[in-house]
Design a protein around this ligand. Structure first.
Ligand SMILES: [Mg+2]
Length: 386
């Protein structure tokens, strides 16, 4: 079996409400790249790059991609490097891609995901079995509240999400420390003691000491953990050492090398793994293993993936023993099939033919061959920009 050809689509799906965080202004889901790879024996695999130019790692060392950069890198660098290779030669393929162009992990992730889909279909097994097997079939979903939401509206949305089964609320913060503390208190009062509440500051706190001070104040109301309060491993370590609740690295941990640095410096208690930041499932799986042996808990997050990327994330989230924190996944909705009104509802439609099952606040990992999804080409055409 050889990698033969590919097609690119640039897709935008309307959102339920605008979702932004401390370092973003553009809404999610606008111009994500869907990649279809075909093999010489006719197997098709799909990948996704959640292209967002404003998203990036510490100090600009890593960066999001626009749909245009993802497209160019795939066309000019990645596909020419791997055409004709066997999809099962995954380590060789990653080496080829890394030699063809430095960085651009989102484009590489799209290739990696599509090839895992192909491998699974070729051997009639779900992707999670290619990643070592499924530790859990149900992945708890954290419902994410945007940073510009009015406090009372955010509390109301969190209450509705919990009525629909959610047990973890992620509050985006980092722009206004007093607002974060107020919202934390109001959420705890409204949701009671059994719901996990965490804060993701997206590097927004002005210094490590202020992150410690305000994090400890929020922890009066049982803060599950504080995600990426500041920028850079040294500051993050300072917060981890001084704060009374756990700290999670997100922007500070993209690659396998970053995961080693997090462990080496003791910078964080948890790691937020993305399939995209790591450059695909193959590398993300390695990050999870490094974390496992360092006693670091993980979840799998992303940037509001459509059905293809969401499937990859579900396969990733089920395959690690230590990937046991709730993950921020969109609960897939299709036009005419409403799984929830509010909970995890980023989009009102999607590009797959059937939504992932949602039960008791969890998404169920699909167990068909490959990613276990059918892509709806009509919907891709409907939502395509180019
Ligand atoms: Mg984050």
């Amino acid at each position: 079996m050889k990698i033969a050809d590919y097609t690119l689509f640039e897709v935008s799906i309307p959102t339920r409400r605008k979702h932004t965080w401390a370092t973003s202004t553009v809404d999610v889901g606008q111009g994500y790249v869907i990649l279809k790879i075909t093999t010489d024996d006719g197997i098709e695999g799909f990948g996704e790059a959640t292209a967002m130019p404003e998203w990036g790692g510490d100090f600009g060392r890593y960066f999001g991609e626009s749909a245009g950069t993802t497209r160019t890198v795939l066309q000019q660098n990645l596909f020419p490097a791997i055409q004709g290779m066997d999809p099962f030669d995954m380590d060789l393929i990653h080496r080829k891609m890394d030699l063809a162009i430095r960085g651009y992990n989102y484009a590489k992730a799209a290739v990696d995901i599509a090839l895992y889909d192909i491998m699974g279909k070729a051997v009639d097994k779900p992707v999670y079995q290619l990643l070592g097997g499924r530790h859990r079939r149900a992945i708890p979903v954290a419902h994410s509240l945007g940073v510009v939401m009015d406090v009372d509206a955010a509390v109301e949305e969190a209450v509705l999400a919990c009525q629909e089964g959610i047990r973890s609320i992620k509050m985006k913060g980092g722009l206004d420390l007093k607002r974060d503390l107020l919202l934390m208190r109001k959420l705890r009062e409204a949701l009671g003691p059994d719901v996990h509440i965490l804060v993701d500051a997206n590097q927004g706190y002005p210094s490590a000491k202020e992150a410690i001070k305000w994090g400890n104040l929020m922890n009066q109301y049982d803060l599950q953990y504080l995600e990426q309060p500041v920028e850079g491993l040294m500051q993050l370590r300072q917060v981890t050492q001084g704060l009374s609740c756990p700290v999670c690295a997100d922007e500070s941990c993209w690659t396998i090398a970053d995961a080693l640095d997090v462990v080496r410096t003791g910078a964080a208690d948890y790691i937020s793994i993305y399939t995209t930041k790591a450059g695909g499932l193959y590398n993300a799986r390695t990050i999870a293993r490094i974390a496992e042996y360092a006693g670091i808990r993980c979840n799998v997050n992303g940037s509001g993936e459509f059905g293809v990327g969401n499937a990859a994330n579900l396969h990733m989230a089920c395959c690690g023993r230590n990937i046991d924190l709730a993950s921020v996944f969109p609960i897939t909705h299709l036009e005419g099939i409403d799984q929830t009104k509010v909970a995890g509802r980023w989009y009102n439609d999607d590009i797959i033919t059937r939504p992932f099952d949602y039960e008791d606040g969890c998404l169920i990992v699909p167990d068909g061959p490959g990613l276990g999804i059918q892509v709806d080409m009509e919907k891709i055409r409907k939502y395509s920009l180019a």
